[in-house]
Design a protein around this ligand. Structure first.
Ligand code: HEM
Length: 174
């Protein structure tokens, strides 16, 4: 996985818990506590996943709080600075969801070596969408945290129901 995700996590942890805690998480994942993560570097998927799993213990928060902290920071702070054009282009949650898959594909052309997830939408009517997550990684829960961060950004809160191992159904109010 590209360093961009871990770098963002480092910023989120440091902003809320301080840099000592981030140092502990890095050490727990086998890195020096002083490691500077670079967005374009390739990081071992297993280490990245371990990093997140270990974080909740080290920070003393639940795994749901951990993924929501990441998802909120990633969408509402980090990607706002790095990818403002995405939000300019997509002014509603529905448009953002429908653009997610293409946008990840575009990013992976720029960030060489990225293998982002597929996030495909099947709209059964204008207010109901089935979102399929497909990845060689197993980060469905992590996807849910980012999705909740996205709902917060647009201040739109459709119901989100998990209907399979890698699928959610979202229903918007009319
Ligand atoms: C402007 C918004 C977004 C940007 C710029 C972005 C960018 C990225 C990048 C660069 C990666 C790393 C890929 C790699 O290293 O192979 C990634 C991973 C990921 N993204 Fe996004 N993303 C955005 C929004 C979203 C949203 C809204 C979701 C969920 C609905 C999402 C779900 C994920 C997941 C789950 C991963 C982890 C890798 C995996 O599961 O395979 N992203 N994203």
């Amino acid at each position: 996985m590209k360093g961009i995700i871990i770098k963002c996590w480092g910023e989120a942890v440091t902003a809320r818990f301080g840099k000592e805690k981030w140092g502990e998480i890095l050490e727990n994942s086998g890195y020096s506590k002083y490691k500077i993560v670079v967005a374009s570097e390739d990081m071992d998927d297993a280490i990245a996943e371990k990093n997140f799993l270990a974080s909740s213990n080290i920070l003393g928060i639940s795994s749901k709080e951990t993924i929501d902290l990441f998802g909120d920071y990633f969408i509402n702070t980090y990607s706002q600075k790095l990818y403002p054009q995405f939000y300019r282009k997509n002014d509603t949650l529905k448009k953002a969801l429908s653009d997610m898959d293409d946008y990840h594909k575009k990013i992976s052309q720029i960030l060489s070596g990225a293998r982002p997830p597929r996030l495909t939408c099947e709209w059964s009517d204008e207010n109901k969408v089935t979102l399929h997550y497909k990845s060689h990684r197993n980060m469905f829960n992590f996807m849910l945290g980012i999705l909740r961060g996205l709902c917060k950004y647009y201040n739109e809160y459709p119901t989100i129901k998990i209907i399979g191992r890698d699928t959610v159904e979202m229903v918007f109010q009319k």
